[in-house]
Design a protein around this ligand. Structure first.
Ligand code: ZN
Length: 67
């Protein structure tokens, strides 16, 4: 088999978060984040901050695959 383009695996998709409350910076995989479809303001990702447990959100990157 000859692979023309490799598919994106959830574990390979890493997004960076910057907590606006405690300023923690961390990375999470697509499987760890919650994908929120928002047609008005744009899709975004949500996850609990590992430090302060506050909900961190950021815009979903272009081409992001939700799981
Ligand atoms: Zn935090």
């Amino acid at each position: 088999m000859r692979i023309i383009r490799e598919g994106i695996q959830a574990a390979q998709q890493v997004v960076r978060f910057d907590c606006s409350r405690c300023h923690a910076m961390f990375e999470a995989t697509a499987k760890e984040v919650t994908f929120v479809a928002d047609f008005r303001d744009g899709d975004y990702l949500s996850i609990a901050c590992p430090t302060c447990k506050d909900t961190c959100t950021r815009a979903a990157p272009q081409g992001f695959v939700s799981w």
